[in-house]
Design a binder for this molecule. Sequence first.
Ligand SMILES: [Zn+2]
Length: 287
Amino acid sequence: MLASAKEMLQKAKAGHYAVGQFNINNLEWTKAILLTAEEMKSPVILGVSEGAGKYMCGFNTVVAMVKGMIETLGITVPVAVHLDHGTYEGAYKCIEAGFSSVMFDGSHYPIEENVAKTKELVEVCNKLGLSLEAEVGAIGGEEDGVVGGGEVADPDECKMIADLGVTMLAAGIGNIHGKYPENWAGLRFDTLEAINNKVGDMPLVLHGGTGIPAEMIKKAIDLGVSKINVNTECQLAFAEATRKYIEEGKDLQGKGFDPRKLLAPGVEAIKETVREKITLFGSANKA
Ligand SMILES: [Zn+2]
């Protein structure tokens, strides 16, 4: 049974911690994240971009895989399967496929259109008991091929979208996807505080969690961030561990070429990354 992100995030906001959204790419990723969340007794959100959904042979395949793993691995912590940066059409496809949570990223539409489409999706999701994330102010860096400039959201627009009844709100506060550049100015805490004051209990979402210093993460959580998205960091950890295995020639020793052996160091690296994040976000033992 998949969980909506609503309850886990409302508890997180009230308890001053954040739940991690870890994006998945395949079976190994999913298994590593689920096992680590269970080990740490932390609620978890599995993020699926439209590109990753396509790669994994469709949203229905993703839902079946996650449900199968929850049962077979005996996962007891709340698990949400969440569409990351969904288009309007993608949101409906995921709802149909059985996702428990969707993000509709209408940040590139004029605010009136973002409001209209978000409002419609709020009704659909509420009826089905699904959580819905909306975005105001495009987040910088690359989102599935779309490069944004790292806008800073307008707190009044955030309030407008929050009042539509979404479950959680992503707002651009100088954060970007992927690696941060050397000259990055840091998170705009003034904006975050202004947004948080306007939206009250609404859980806020921080995208682009890779490479934000731990102190900034902690401050962001203090200022109302209850969901933090991590994607690139797991990819980098997986790639580095896999590279090491091959560079050390381990794939050439015995049955080292067996994919279950070849992918194992990468899986362990993802687990370690997820463990570190859950500890930093404070969601361990909150399931
Ligand atoms: Zn994002």
